[in-house]
Design a protein around this ligand. Structure first.
Ligand code: ZN
Length: 337
């Protein structure tokens, strides 16, 4: 992997941040109808000593704001005296979605399908292009923070290409209860970062439009653990991790066998066997029930929070290890975070 140097003068937008400095930067990405500038708020914290260059970003889906709170707490926690290298914090990437409490950009585009972007493309493509040029391409490491989509909840989990040794080490050091070795998605920040040789993790946890303390703590502890592991922090011990993670090679959604309302019998983090009863769909009187079963064994990593389904709707997300018994978990792992 090509070595990126932590430069004496670090430039983002029109700002220069020297070693030992901490600065807020406004990165211009677009303007509103009345020509008001839209600037992404960024904080750059630089230690005096050399070390990795890492970005931590959130709300690339504008309503996924647990990560925004995680970054707020990281900013309050990190002192430049105890930092090696450069930390770049971006609490809200998709400002348009954030203003509207929406996942999307104003043209309904998903910003996380617009990377690496172009200078004169769609709004999403332009934002992606600036973000790549000004931030990602200058970094050695990156963590992007997400939650479930609206009305869905996710167990804290890391998604990464752990076939890469360094990424796997970083994923393990995060300490999330589940790691999914997931394929790259076209147009995602993760794919674009990997092409720029950035060691990259995607964290998922909780629901959209919430600050959930347990999830925020899992994300905060995870980011600090990674920073310690790669040498950015001298001291930090993640005392909340009690189990080895469940390492999944793939995942699948269990879908509704019939339209109706349902009762789920499982929680995120629970281990299920193949053909285990997960939920019951019924009519409004509780009659004509349809049992919902798992296909393969695994761990429940996501759920629909709306108990009303049409036939075929996604209900329960299960991560599978294809029979890797070593990573089986016995209990509800949410409670050990
Ligand atoms: Zn997301």
């Amino acid at each position: 992997m090509k070595k990126k140097v932590n430069p004496a003068k670090f430039k983002i937008g029109n700002q220069i941040i020297l070693k030992g400095e901490r600065k807020r930067v406004k990165l211009e990405i677009a303007s509103l109808y009345d020509y008001t500038k839209i600037n992404i708020p960024i904080e750059v914290i630089r230690g005096l000593e050399d070390g990795p260059i890492m970005f931590i970003s959130a709300a690339i889906h504008g309503d996924e704001i647990n990560g925004t709170e995680i970054i707020k707490r990281i900013s309050q926690r990190i002192k430049k005296k105890s930092l090696k290298g450069t930390l770049i914090l971006i609490p809200v990437v998709n400002l348009f979605g954030f203003y509207n409490k929406s996942r999307y950009l104003p043209d309904r585009k998903d910003l996380n399908r617009c990377f690496p972007g172009t200078r004169n493309g769609s709004l999403g493509s332009q934002i992606a292009n600036v973000f790549m040029k000004e931030i990602v391409s200058k970094c050695t490491h990156g963590i992007d923070l997400h939650t479930g989509a609206i009305h869905r909840t996710n167990l804290p989990q890391i998604r990464a290409c752990i076939d890469d040794h360094q990424t796997k080490k970083m994923a393990l050091s995060f300490g999330a209860p589940v790691i999914i070795n997931s394929k790259l998605r076209d147009g995602s920040l993760r794919e674009a970062a990997r092409k720029k040789k950035v060691n990259f993790l995607l964290f998922e946890g909780g629901e959209a439009l919430r600050f959930q303390d347990k999830i925020v703590k899992a994300g905060l502890n995870g980011c600090l653990s990674v920073m310690k592991d790669i040498g950015m922090l001298k001291t930090y011990e993640n005392k909340t991790v009690k189990n080895l993670p469940f390492i999944a090679q793939s995942s699948y959604w269990v879908r509704a066998p019939h339209s109706g309302s349902f009762r789920i019998l499982k929680k995120p983090g629970e281990h299920v066997e193949a053909k285990e009863l997960l939920a019951v769909v019924s009519d409004p009187f509780g009659e004509n029930p349809y049992n919902v079963y798992s296909k393969e064994a695994g761990v429940i990593v996501g759920l629909s929070e709306i108990p009303l389904v049409n036939k075929g709707d996604a209900m329960i997300h299960i991560a599978t290890s294809h029979g890797n018994a070593k990573t089986k978990l016995k209990n509800n792992i949410v409670d050990v975070i």
